[in-house]
Design a protein around this ligand. Structure first.
Ligand SMILES: NC(=O)c1ccc[n+]([C@@H]2O[C@H](COP(=O)([O-])OP(=O)(O)OC[C@H]3O[C@@H](n4cnc5c(N)ncnc54)[C@H](OP(=O)(O)O)[C@@H]3O)[C@@H](O)[C@H]2O)c1
Length: 181
């Protein structure tokens, strides 16, 4: 299987790329800084240089063509509301358009669990981020693609135990953690 990762140099993206390569899958992806080529080469990935802010869907589709599935795990990561709109919002819009142009049906989106940290008082920037992620979830679910939306809460850097636990903090309602179609 060939998987194209948007956000391949990120914490989730790079770990996923390495794991898929170890499993024997083909991996490709979009990265924005030419000096990240070495990091990708170290796991046998070539990738395509491009910035989600200004890449057009046609060019992104060319990079994606031949892949069986797209994983979108890019994120502005606290770079401000404008970048949140550009990456977590429009970046998903562009990637959906590009997947369609390239004839790729399967799309997995790394979103966010909207109830995360509800026991804290989060600022406007966080609420905006949650709103943009939610809009992207809706857009993907209405896109006609075969989609999976993953909604993690805060992620940690600890070594993975090799299993997934679908468990909610006591303060959150028991709503869906993952949505499948
Ligand atoms: N971390 C968490 O606790 C957490 C919790 C819930 C949900 N999430 C979601 O999970 C996803 C992955 O999180 P993460 O922690 O892996 O994020 P991350 O480490 O910050 O990685 C973000 C990725 O997006 C890329 N990116 C940012 N701006 C870009 C641009 N203009 N053009 C192309 N690529 C761009 C980054 O590239 P560079 O390497 O060039 O910066 C990087 O590859 C995000 O969508 C995030 O919202 C994260």
């Amino acid at each position: 299987m060939k998987i194209f990762i948007v956000g391949i140099t990120g914490n989730v993206g790079f770990r996923l790329a390495r794991t898929l390569k170890e499993r024997g899958d083909e991996v490709d992806g979009l990265y924005r800084q030419p000096d990240q080529a070495g990091m990708l080469a170290s796991i046998g990935v070539t990738g395509t240089v491009g910035d989600l802010v200004n890449i057009d869907p046609q060019r992104l589709a060319e990079a994606m063509r031949g892949s069986d599935a797209i994983v979108f795990t890019a994120g502005a990561g606290g770079a401000g509301s404008e970048m949140t709109e550009a990456i977590d919002g429009n970046g998903v819009t562009k990637s959906i358009a590009a997947a369609k142009l390239a004839g790729i049906k399967r799309f997995l989106l790394v979103s966010v669990f909207p109830e995360a940290w509800r026991e804290r008082h989060m600022d406007e920037g966080f609420e905006h981020y949650i709103m943009v992620k939610k809009r992207a979830d809706i857009e993907l679910s209405q896109s006609g693609l075969d989609w999976i939306i993953l909604r993690p809460s805060a992620l940690k850097d600890n070594a993975a135990p090799g299993r997934s636990i679908l468990e909610l903090p006591r303060s959150t309602p028991k709503s869906a953690v993952m949505m499948w179609r």
